[in-house]
Design a protein around this ligand. Structure first.
Ligand code: NAD
Length: 542
């Protein structure tokens, strides 16, 4: 029962550990990696707070070490999706009535557990499961997820505090109800933090969730579930299921109690979901909220006045960190002819110094791509570029003998609308178009019109007028726009993330805007002394 008006302490972004040689965090992480390599746990689903094992075990390997068994997960089917929906609906009544302080405390405690005692294990599992090096894992699986958990609690209180005015004699209130029904949370493989946030953000606000991670993140999702249980999450609030997307989607997307979809992944999958919901629209109890952050074809536009070395570093990091498997990764760049020689030399120097291999060797900047399907898709683009006679100035080789390794590859496109300038590849492939330094205006138009996406993009320039001009001309080309910075690395509460056009609904994860989608407000008006006569004064005769 509420007998106080509580405040949260101010939130700050989680500090990023650097894992430098000799640091205690590096030692603990290495020991945890070794320990996990000697286990191969069986991962259950969690439905209504119960472990669910089906006996249909699917093996997962580290993408960089195909010969090693990391874990097995229990594969579910339609029955389990239905059970998870029933459990979510059953948990709803009590959870939506749970005071916000208790809901917030659970997720804030989970954040502290990840930031503290679970940090090494969270990192080690994301490193082995997603082939992320220590830094990539730290900024994602630990820091970004902790930031989501803490800031969302703060955003929730800011939303709750937003109340209408009340003239004398009345009390108007806004009640921020959770949605009626369950939320279907469906994340991609590439960010553990997104996997966690898609379930936790709506749950924090009082919704109950059916959570179906991408199979490659089943291990880290299991650990997050363990942490949420340790933090006191009641049974049935988040139900973790392991099932192929089309199986889970087949049941959840057509269920009458579907209240919302919280999705991040490819544009094709999202369009399928939206279409399915549209086709079934007469069958739902409410109109399902559809939130989806999807693909991108992110650009770096370089003005002739730019600093070449800054561009080189932005491209080396922005295109190739985590093997280019970031929705925000730079994958097309427009280089003015006056800077090309310097940029080319700088890029070649950087790429020749990259080392590629296992995440267990901390010297490796580049690791493996996520799985066989990704390996085939990405290498298909490289092979096509070669067959089409495009110039490949770096990389171009790949090797699947130990893991799904693809060299960071740079293609020079003669045609600015060549395939790899337009389509999302989602791998370590960067395509450059060298434009005549006198044709900046035409190039701006090209950047805007080349792809259907609108996720992230950068302008590099030292001339302020060029920066202002590009910022305006590219208004709709990117939902996250960077000036003299790489187009990746958005931080919660600093650069709320999302794009429009084919890149999604732009509901800005890591901001209040996203949380509003999981609420259905109720206006409450209370009159203290209600009138007792229907007649208004104007009705009286003079
Ligand atoms: P994907 O679309 O293949 O899969 C995403 C999720 O959807 C997975 O959990 C998958 O199992 C599930 N799924 C697939 N078919 C389904 C169906 N019919 N019904 C229900 N669920 C289904 O995407 P991915 O390969 O995991 O991730 C890469 C994509 O995600 C890229 O396009 C990338 O740009 C995008 N992404 C976008 C953002 C963003 O914020 N905009 C962030 C990360 C990733």
């Amino acid at each position: 029962m509420a007998r106080s008006i509580a405040y949260l302490r101010p939130v700050a972004n989680e500090p990023v550990f650097d894992y430098a040689p000799g640091s205690p965090e590096r030692k603990e992480l290495k020991e945890t990696l070794t320990a996990l390599k000697n286990e191969a746990p069986e991962l259950p689903m969690w439905i209504g707070g119960e472990r669910v094992e089906t006996g249909r075990l699917v093996e997962l390997q580290p993408p960089h070490e195909r010969g090693h068994v990391l874990c097995h997960y229990h594969q579910g089917d339609e029955t389990h999706i239905n059970q998870a929906i029933d459990a979510a609906l059953a948990a709803q009544k009590e959870w939506r009535r749970t005071p916000w302080e208790d809901r917030a405390a659970i997720f804030l405690k989970a954040a502290d557990l990840i930031s503290g005692p679970y940090r090494a294990k969270v990192n080690a599992i994301a490193m082995l499961g997603q082939s992320k090096n220590a830094f990539q894992s730290e900024i994602d699986a630990v820091c970004e997820f902790v930031d989501f958990l803490r800031y969302n609690a703060e955003f929730m209180t800011e939303i709750y505090e937003d109340q209408p005015s009340s003239p004398p004699g009345f009390w108007n209130r806004m009640e921020y109800r959770p949605l009626e029904g369950f939320v279907f949370a469906v994340p991609p493989f590439n960010f553990a933090s997104i996997a966690g946030n898609l379930a936790c953000a709506p749950a924090l606000l009082g919704n109950t969730i059916v959570w179906k991670p991408s199979y490659q993140t089943n291990y880290i999702a299991q650990l997050y579930m363990e942490i949420l249980h340790a933090a006191g999450l009641p049974p049935g609030v988040i139900n973790l299921i392991y099932a192929p997307g089309r199986v889970a989607g087949g049941v959840a997307l057509t269920h009458p109690d579907l209240a919302g979809v919280h999705f991040t992944g490819s544009t094709g999958t999202f369009q399928y979901m939206w279409r399915t919901i549209g086709e079934n629209i007469v069958g739902y109890r409410s109109y399902p909220r559809i939130v989806g952050e999807t693909g991108g074809k992110n650009f770096v536009l370089v003005h002739p006045s730019a600093n070449a070395q800054e561009v080189v570093t932005a491209l080396s990091r922005g295109a190739f960190e985590y093997q280019g498997q970031k929705c925000s990764a730079a994958s097309r760049a427009y280089i003015p002819s006056n800077l090309w020689d310097k940029i080319k030399q700088g890029l070649l120097n950087d790429l020749s110094s990259f080392t590629m291999g296992s995440v267990e060797n901390f010297g490796n900047f580049v690791n493996a791509v996520i799985d066989k399907a990704a390996f085939r898709r990405i290498t298909g683009y490289i092979d096509k570029a070669e067959a089409d006679g495009q110039e490949i100035i770096a990389g171009g080789n790949y090797d699947q003998s130990q893991g799904w390794f693809i060299e960071p590859t740079v293609i020079i496109a003669e045609d600015p609308k060549y395939t790899t300038m337009c389509e999302e590849i989602f791998g370590p492939v960067l395509t450059l178009y060298i434009y005549d330094e006198g044709r900046f205006d035409e190039t701006l138009k090209l950047v805007d019109e080349t792809s259907p996406y609108g996720l992230t993009g950068s302008i590099f320039a030292t001339e302020r007028s060029a920066i202002a001009y590009a910022t305006s001309a590219l208004e709709h080309a990117a939902g996250n726009f960077y000036i003299n910075d790489k187009p990746t690395g958005a931080v919660v509460n600093q650069q709320p993330f999302g794009g429009a056009r084919a890149s999604g609904t732009n509901d800005k994860a890591g901001s209040k805007m996203n949380l509003y989608r999981w609420l259905s407000a109720r206006s409450i008006k209370e009159t203290f002394v209600p009138p007792t006569d229907y007649r208004y004064p104007f009705l009286s005769m003079e």
